[in-house]
Design a protein around this ligand. Structure first.
Ligand SMILES: [Mn+2]
Length: 384
């Protein structure tokens, strides 16, 4: 068993033999099967026949949790009830990150290892208290999406087999003004979390020079996100332009480590700064959201001082609540000082004036003004 951290202990200390305990919690990560006597290897989708549903009072609403004892993570023992308990345990922080925002649900009706489908449009059969808002896709389709108005809305989605949430970068009330710049540090094949960690340090330094405050998190996989809370004064096209400028500057400073190359053939074994995650109508995996992985890893918000020591693999739904109880929400101050992207927009305009065009957009978007040819350089060469 690993030693749980005491109050005020660092997120983790790196050292010999401690590689599995860098996001420590009370249980040491061992599967548990509360009150059922069922072995931990019962598998996802296992049901307890005696009781197929429970009504829970959450945020003043009654939310039905069906099959609460269904195991959702293969190789572990957490059930749908445990997943909801996780979200409620970090509920204040969850609402700070997702409150009032539309979300795209990804449903795993048979657990993390089973098939999944994205659901942007909320089903017709839904409680009358459920808040929704109209969202648009890049091709112009409109649909009613879930708004995380309170924790009852989280619970309603969890009941549908939604493990994590893909979050729009604005509050429904502020649309179309975006209040979050998402810096997606995406390790390409051949590099991993260590390189993402170094890339995040470069990002921190660059933002610091511009007087912009960012908040890092693990993605629940191998990457790192840095989110910047903005005053809701810019639309997504401008926020994307800011991300393009930031990506370029990072790549200029550390061409050995970072790339802004949209074309995969040019990225190399580096960390790609995926500026297009800020394109209009794009969603990004949310803070505190749980990945559909056997280990139930969480996209874990961090303090910058935690970055060197965090083990993203160890940030799991059984450990994170204890950590937050001991240390608080690492993003508690995110709403305190809304930031400006003007310094980045100035860089974007400087590049345009120097003859550097906008970066390519993803395929689903219509051709944008000032965009270079949307074709991989090797194909362009073959065409002559
Ligand atoms: Mn990514």
């Amino acid at each position: 068993m690993s030693q749980p951290a005491g109050p005020g202990a660092p997120l983790a200390r790196r050292g010999p033999g401690s590689s599995r305990s860098r996001c420590p919690g009370p249980s040491g990560g061992r599967p548990r099967v509360p009150g059922t006597g069922r072995p931990p290897d019962a598998g996802y989708g296992a049901r307890v026949a005696a009781k197929d549903g429970v009504d829970l009072e959450i945020a003043g609403r009654v939310v039905r949790l069906s099959s609460p004892d269904k195991v959702l993570f293969a190789g572990r023992a957490e059930t749908k009830r445990d997943l909801l308990a996780y979200y409620l345990a970090v509920g204040e922080a969850v609402m700070r990150a997702m409150g009032g925002r539309p979300v795209l649900m990804q449903r795993f009706p048979h657990g993390a290892a089973g098939p999944s489908f994205f659901q942007k449009r909320v089903p017709d059969r839904r409680p009358d208290w459920l808040e929704t808002t109209t969202v648009t896709t890049p091709n112009g389709t409109r649909s009613q999406a879930l708004v995380i108005a309170d924790l009852a809305h989280v619970a309603w989605a969890v009941n549908l087999g939604c493990l994590g949430f893909h979050v729009w970068p604005y509050r429904a009330a502020d649309a179309p003004f975006v209040d979050e710049l998402r810096i997606d540090l995406d390790p390409q094949p051949g590099v991993g979390f260590e390189e993402a960690r170094e890339a995040a340090r470069e990002t921190e330094a660059l933002l610091g020079e511009l007087g912009i405050r960012g908040f890092p998190k693990t993605t629940g996989n191998r990457g790192i996100h840095v989110f910047v809370r903005l005053a809701p004064r810019w639309e997504a096209t401008d926020v994307r332009a800011a991300a393009v400028a930031l990506a370029r500057e990072l790549a200029r400073r550390r061409p050995d480590l970072l790339t802004d190359a949209w074309w995969k053939e040019q990225r190399g074994e580096r960390v790609f700064v995926d500026f297009n995650q800020n394109a209009p109508h794009k969603t990004v995996f949310g803070a505190w959201s749980v990945r559909a992985r056997d280990g139930a890893q969480v996209s874990m918000p961090l303090r910058w001082e935690d970055l060197d020591d965090v083990d993203p693999e160890a940030c799991t739904i059984d450990r994170v609540p204890q950590l937050v109880a001991e240390r608080g929400d690492p993003w508690a101050a995110i709403d305190d000082e809304p930031q400006s992207i003007e310094p980045l927009l100035a860089w974007f305009r400087r590049d345009l004036d120097a003859g550097i065009p906008d970066a390519p957009w993803p395929p689903v978007y219509p051709k944008m003004p000032g965009e270079p040819p949307r074709v991989a350089p090797s194909r362009a060469r073959r065409r002559g």
